[in-house]
Ligand binder design. Sequence first.
Ligand SMILES: *Cc1c(COP(=O)(O)O)cnc(C)c1O
Length: 500
Amino acid sequence: MSDAERAGGLPVEGVPAERVLDEIRGLRALDRPTHGGRLFAYVYDPGVAGLDELAQAAYAESAHVNGLDPTAFPSLLAMENALVGAAAGLLGGGPGTSAPDVVGSVTSGGTESLILAVKAARDARPELTEPRLVVPVSAHAAFAKAAHYLGVALDPVAVDPVTLRPAVQDVAAAIRPETVLVACSAPAYAHGVVDPVAQIAAVAAAAGVRCHVDACFGGWTLPWLRRLGAPVPPFDFAVDGVTSISVDLHKYAYAPKGVSVLLHRNAALRAPQFFAYADWPGYTMVNPVIASTRSGGPIAAAYATLRHLGEDGYLELARRTRDAVTGLADAVRGTDGLRLMAEPESTVVCFTADDPGLDLFVLVDELTARGWHTQPQLSYAGLPASVHLTVTAAVAPRVVEFAPALAEAVAATRAAGPVVLPPELLALAGTLTPEALTPELIAGLAAGLGLGAGAGDTDGPAAPVPDRMAVVNTLLDAAPVRLRERLLTEFVSLLQRPAW
Ligand SMILES: *Cc1c(COP(=O)(O)O)cnc(C)c1O
């Protein structure tokens, strides 16, 4: 074969199985550790021995099965119905409840669940040419994505800088005749605060508008925490006016990635979520969710995880998580210069700095350098920058090590001092409009920050990703929202280049 005939990215001769797996393991070694209880974002680890192996075996069993057609593969339909039943039962639906007719769909994740909740609400009101969506600014970014994808206008409602919740009268005031959906969170991801769901659902119902509760994060923890005695306010189908709820099984149900559930109070509310098409010569098509072909792997893995852990298992994991949250929050409270953004009411610990000598973005890097992976959050609309910790059960045995590590990282952060950007760069970040950003300027910025430059020139598939992010975060923090978005897009575009 001449070079011209070669596909490029593919090896000419197939690579033996063991070597391919070695390649993957080599790449995985660069990743953040998914186990060990020191990663506070992206990965949800129960720390239960044997659970990974079970989920992997279940995944393999169904990986090639296609969720496209439930009549061809009834195994997936059965497992999906079991997942929906479990989620509905946990969230105030099912026989004997005030939501006996609840139905649902299994989606690929929280984002898909939210997009479909917005789609169902939009398509239930076909007479509206300019449908609108009301959400607190603390709601997940996926609502903005849904609005963008679906041509729905977004009406954000401010949150109080102290309670981090929207005022119910502000939600009510944002509802217009074109509003198809009001959404709220239980809890919102960033600070872990539960919105006043009952009051928001009441004003939505009074206006005849659907109300979605985004419990992607908390839907699988709040019910267990409540059983353990936590003062969890009503947030599920027990609340009149709540028409749909999303809950991610790949978060606190501890299933491998790719599974969320979207519940509706009844089938009529769900109907406009579906897409059916018979106006082509191929197979008759009906898709309850966005994807058409869908792997059975994630569904089977979630099914196995839920069945294996059971109520007792989840209750015990919630207990461990709650104790870990308490311990981490105590460590933050005991640290001069740090303050909790909110008293933990779910499984998030979120803190900010109230001392200018303590740069949070440097602190995040210092914690990373010590093996603790936290998530920085930029300042936004009067809310200060913060550090987010998603706490899972696997953190519990590590908690005693956190306070000393935090103290050390804080000392190192103070010693290093805050990031100081060159004044020209700061001025640029504050005034530059996204439109004025040229490719040259971006490349210059990236190179100046030691980022991404030449990311496409590596010979291996591993792109270089910087390990110190404080300078980047400081620059982003200084930029207005639209410029942040543009810089992030350009940065990831530099990373995403074909490997030859
Ligand atoms: C994670 C999350 C989402 C988005 O879920 P993905 O699975 O990442 O798409 C939406 N809402 C909340 C509250 C979340 O925590």
